[in-house]
Design a protein around this ligand. Sequence first.
Ligand code: URA
Length: 209
Amino acid sequence: MDQVHVVSHPLVAHKLSLMRDKHRSTQGFRQLLNEIGMLLCYEVTRDLPLEHVAIETPLTSMQAPVIAGKKLVLAPILRAGTGFLDGMLQLVPSAPVAHIGLYRDPATLQAVEYYFKAPADIADRLTIIMDPMLATGHSAIAALDLIKSRGAKDIRFVCLLAAPEGLAALAKAHPEVAVWTAAIDSHLNDHGYIVPGLGDAGDRMYGTK
Ligand code: URA
């Protein structure tokens, strides 16, 4: 589990509890997911390398730190992953976005690809894949298979809630990929939902249930 980072900041814990409440409105749920996305983005980028460039302040010249090299690709898994995107783009507004279209077959719980579009230079960037719910791990593993097949090498995964089963499956399939999550819940139920969880993140975000 040394590749798993649980972001235990009180603001994250508080906002997550508000989201779990089944009485939370669609608007409230979406707003909170957006805010937690920003906070998780702050944590997942904490160790990005810096380089120094010469700048002039109004008073003098100095060597000032900026993020080094080619930067990030933000890669939401459709559709619930887009709930993190605005929050992350507020912190990293110039980041290109790779959309990963996967849906979960309700019978087999396997991830099925229906859309993929990523920047051409993804191999030179740190790719941050995002999906609120790491449940069985099937979607995350399929997204990582896909993004690696298009050249991505340096990849991190961000979720809101993780199930132990999903973390284990992901670590087995892609052991070098580190995970940032707001919490690790108890288990999956027979339908592949995280318990205690928060229900279907996509439906709660978009009011489709
Ligand atoms: N996807 C969800 O939206 N919720 C779960 O609990 C599991 C997968």
